[in-house]
Write a protein that binds this ligand. Structure first.
Ligand SMILES: Nc1nc2c(ncn2[C@@H]2O[C@H](COP(=O)(O)OP(=O)(O)O)[C@@H](O)[C@H]2O)c(=O)[nH]1
Ligand SMILES: [Mg+2]
Length: 390
């Protein structure tokens, strides 16, 4: 193809030149912004440069025409600009697409290069797996340790078996996800008491409603609800609405006496689920109040509820503070909104607690799943790191 470059101060001026010189079916291969020095190099001017060639159907230069026989006059054809033709638009789109693809490759190469220089201990043939973990926000330390364990399991003949390598890596990830399984009542007398604690807005009340609805409506269990979140009327109303729909008793308690009373009134329930007010991890006074109330309720299990959309730092702060209250298991909410699921892996690995449930949307009672290590491992390796409701 006969390639030429055109420079002008604006894109439209450059395009006009392309059209004039190469005709309306010109194919644009590349566009870029360049800077030209002016005023003895003291000023720089931004210019647009287009590389284009003649399209396949472009008219070839014709020899001077012989006088033609007179033809009947036809109305003039409507003239169309280069970018009003589908060929022109396609050419522009192709140019843009190539440019974006080129940029993406370049950025990926830069990131890979920077990671490679920072982690010389990661073997070259496993680097793409390491990159995938990092892209999913798995910490460098954890990603490197998993890749090194993976390396020990591989033999030279596995080098050309990416499926085998992925399978082994998935097993590595699964091992980092101890899962507790669902809430189960093991005692034969008295209610199995479960409390949910965690920062404000992570989804404690919604998760209580999902758990209660599943226990009551699907498993036909007797479920009682207690809320310690009596600071806001709206918070009690929110849970009361669910309790009414499910058909479970609800007690809102504001003092140790009321709590003892409520627990006694629900003695014939198989499960009591306790909702709590979101405490700011910085509010030490309220945290110790919560600790006192929970000590009185003697829950069989306390689940710390964390949002997958929160930053690693926020999640770590919440864990540190709520550990002073009591944490047995972790629930991760809002996986449907999470950009990356690596945070789950980092947190579960760090706190050495098991994952009980993950929630995947706002719908009560459907958007909740028992934590399944295999599913989470696949999610991390799937590339996008985003969950789809099953
Ligand atoms: N996208 C999404 N939103 C959720 C999920 N769980 C709860 N929410 C929403 O998060 C907001 C706060 O929930 P709420 O249960 O009141 O949080 P709480 O303050 O911890 O009790 C509400 O708008 C919920 O609908 C989830 O799994 N996914
Ligand atoms: Mg709440």
């Amino acid at each position: 193809m006969d390639l030429r470059t055109f420079q002008a101060t604006t894109m439209s001026a450059a395009l006009a030149e392309v059209k004039q010189e190469l005709g309306p079916s010109a194919v644009i291969l590349h566009t870029r912004t360049i800077f030209k020095n002016r005023w003895l190099g003291l000023r720089r001017r931004e210019m647009v440069e287009i590389t284009a060639g003649r399209g396949a159907r472009a008219a070839k230069p014709q020899p001077p025409a012989k006088p033609a026989p007179v033809k009947p006059q036809l109305p003039p054809e409507p003239r169309r600009h280069l970018f009003e033709t589908s060929g022109g638009q396609n050419a522009a789109m192709l140019g843009l697409f190539q440019e974006v693809t080129g940029l993406k490759t370049m950025v990926k190469e830069l990131v890979d290069h920077s990671n490679r220089t920072r982690c010389p201990e990661i073997p070259e043939e496993l680097f793409e797996y390491y990159s995938q973990l990092i892209q999913n926000q798995v910490t460098e330390e954890l990603a490197a340790s998993m890749i090194k364990s993976l390396q020990k399991q591989l033999r030279p003949e596995h080098a050309r078996q990416p499926e085998y390598i992925r399978q082994k890596l998935a097993e590595q990830i699964e091992r980092q996800f101890p899962a507790s399984g669902p809430i189960v009542r093991t005692k034969s007398v008295g209610p199995h008491v479960v409390a949910l604690i965690g920062p404000t807005g992570v989804g404690k009340t919604t998760t209580i409603a999902k758990l209660a609805a599943n226990l009551k409506l699907r498993e036909k269990r007797r479920v009682g609800l207690v809320t310690l979140d009596t600071y806001r009327i709206a918070a009690v109303d929110q849970l009361r609405k669910y309790a009414d729909i499910i058909g479970s008793p609800l007690r809102a308690v504001a003092s140790p006496e009321e709590l003892s009373d409520a627990m006694k009134s629900m003695e014939d329930c198989e499960f009591i689920l306790i909702d709590t007010a979101g405490r700011s991890p910085n509010d030490a006074l309220k945290l110790s109040e919560l600790k006192g109330l929970l000590a009185l309720a003697k829950p069989d299990e306390v689940h710390l509820v964390l949002s997958t959309t929160a930053s690693q730092k926020c999640v770590e702060l919440a864990i540190a503070r709520f550990a002073e209250v009591r944490v047995d298991k972790i629930i991760f909410t809002k996986l449907d909104e999470a950009a990356h699921v690596g945070v789950l892996l980092n947190v579960i690995h760090k706190v050495n607690k098991s994952l009980s449930y993950v929630t995947t949307g706002q719908d009560v009672p459907d958007d909740i799943e028992v934590g399944q290590p295999r599913r989470l491992a696949q999610l991390i390796l799937s590339g996008s790191g985003r969950i789809q409701s099953q």
